[in-house]
Design a protein. Structure first.
Length: 259
């Protein structure tokens, strides 16, 4: 599972629940121009990436593309005057045909969005090599990039799996503070503690220490008065860049084959 970033700028789409609708195949009669006007009136992108038969009479699946390439799935009526954001957890149906079409659509959206977000996240890794720890595996077939927040319980679970990930991968790990303010303090403490960790076991030990629920970041002492502030400023910048890249939740994991 994913711990989502608490950001007022995040795009949250809600969908009214459907139980039983009039079902059946039909000719797609979607009024695309009216749909564009409807979306434009709500400040959404008018670039339609694809349309797809939903299997529901009078309704079509529509995917619109935001600036940056991210896709938003919608369910629109033929007139184009109504468009509902789709969230799989808020759709209730016993129709297997509709369910299959929905899953196909969401897989396309998910694949597109992950590719876009992954590209942006990897760019942040490149821009902040000094804020990334590397756990090297000389026999690695993959490089696995992992973004973690110390206050994320799902990230904590991923930290427990690092030895397993390291069996076939060189790990590049970025510990950030993007969930809440205390995350910044813990991430800054991690950045200080990891400086003295030289071996793989020492690095993983520091990660487990910081991601432990009982960890107190105030126990970490910084060399200079400005050191913690400088680290925190870098973490804030990284968090903003990750959001701009489209990252909406952690942990975020990218596994790439080594060429």
């Amino acid at each position: 599972m994913t711990q989502y970033i608490r950001s007022p700028r995040a795009h949250i789409l809600r969908l009214l629940a459907f139980s039983t609708l009039c079902l059946g195949s039909y000719a797609n009669a979607l009024d695309s121009k009216q749909l564009e006007s409807t979306l434009e009136a709500q400040g959404l992108s008018t670039k339609v990436a694809l349309t797809q038969d939903s299997g529901l009479q009078g309704l079509s699946f529509v995917v619109v593309e935001q600036e940056g390439g991210l896709w938003i799935p919608l369910l629109a009526n033929d007139s184009g005057k109504i468009a509902l954001g789709i969230s799989q957890n808020l759709i209730f149906t016993t129709d297997e045909n509709f369910k299959a079409k929905l899953e196909t659509l969401l897989q396309k959206v998910s694949l597109n969005n992950k590719q876009i977000v992954d590209k942006g996240v990897l760019e942040v890794f490149k821009q902040h090599p000094n804020s990334t720890i590397t756990i090297t595996n000389k026999a690695a077939k993959y490089t696995t990039y992992i973004v973690l927040d110390p206050n994320c319980p799902y990230c904590r679970a991923e930290v427990e799996k690092l030895e397993e990930y390291a069996k076939d991968s060189t790990l590049k790990i970025m510990v950030v503070g993007i969930i809440e303010q205390s995350s910044i303090n813990k991430a800054a403490a991690f950045a200080k503690l990891i400086q003295d960790a030289k071996t793989k076991n020492e690095q993983i030990s520091v990660l487990k220490k910081v991601f432990n629920k009982s960890f107190d970041p105030s126990s970490v002492r910084f060399d200079e008065a400005t050191e913690q502030g400088n680290i925190s400023s870098t973490l804030l910048i990284m968090g903003l860049k990750l959001r701009k890249a489209g990252l909406q939740g952690v942990p975020h994991i990218i596994k790439e084959p080594i060429k």
